[in-house]
Design a protein around this ligand. Structure first.
Ligand code: HEM
Length: 208
């Protein structure tokens, strides 16, 4: 988190908040979002497909899939497959440093938005919103765990379903960062958002 905050703060300088034009320069932010979606895709299974013709997957010892078979693509498992990823259960955004893997449906090892004709039409909106919101939250505040809680105590367990989210909501204490005008102050009015307040994010994409 500190590495990402350092990138954002050095890039944005003394402006009151991160602007949309700043986002393109934030390369580590993009890696963090990719890594989050690799480990915690919002939808673990893609929309069901039905095969039109017979095909074989997994080489000679693999599987024959017959026509009109309903296929569920498990992107959660693909994102944590050790054949695709080194140390797949470790959150390590730097793994995207030396490659051009993205989530636009061209790289089958990373499919949080699906692929092909049924790929998520909200992809651009989703990524734009996530990057912009996250950048501003990390720019305007430092974040601490409440009540002496330690990082190891934080549960990353997920609640299954069509979409997955954190089983235990994340609670964090925002500490104002000394930029001139705070985003929270702009949105809510400073008096309604004291630094001791505890924010609860019920989200599947969590970075700490
Ligand atoms: C982090 C945010 C999001 C994620 C991870 C996500 C992921 C997905 C996935 C995995 C699919 C199935 C794709 C497939 O089976 O190949 C999908 C479908 C879809 N998504 Fe998203 N989505 C997100 C945000 C959005 C937003 C913001 C919108 C709309 C504004 C949206 C609208 C849709 C629609 C309409 C479909 C169905 C497309 C179809 O069946 O043809 N999604 N999304």
């Amino acid at each position: 988190m500190q590495k990402l905050q350092a990138e954002i703060r050095s890039c944005v300088g003394k402006k009151p908040k991160v602007g949309t034009n700043d986002i393109a320069k934030l390369t580590y932010l993009k890696m963090v979002v990719k890594e989050t979606l690799r480990m915690h895709p919002a939808g673990p299974l893609l929309i069901p497909r039905e095969t039109i013709q017979q095909c074989k997957i997994g080489g000679n010892n693999g599987y024959t899939i017959y026509p009109k078979t309903r296929v569920l693509v498990n992107v959660y498992a693909i994102g944590r497959d050790p054949n695709n990823w080194k140390n797949p259960h470790v959150f390590y955004p730097e793994r995207f440093e030396d490659n051009n893997i993205d989530f636009k449906g061209n790289h089958f090892e990373l499919l949080p938005f699906g692929a092909g004709r049924r790929i998520c039409p909200g992809l651009a909106m989703a990524i734009g919103t996530i990057e912009f919101t996250l950048a501003n939250l990390l720019y305007c505040f430092d974040w601490e765990l409440p009540g002496g809680m330690k990082r190891e105590d934080m549960s990353m367990e997920e609640q299954g379903g069509i979409t997955i989210h954190k089983k235990t909501p994340l609670q964090l204490v925002p500490i104002k960062y000394n930029c001139q005008v705070l985003l929270a102050a702009v949105i809510l009015g400073e008096d309604k958002f004291p630094s001791s307040s505890v924010l609860c994010f019920v989200s599947s994409t969590v970075i700490i």
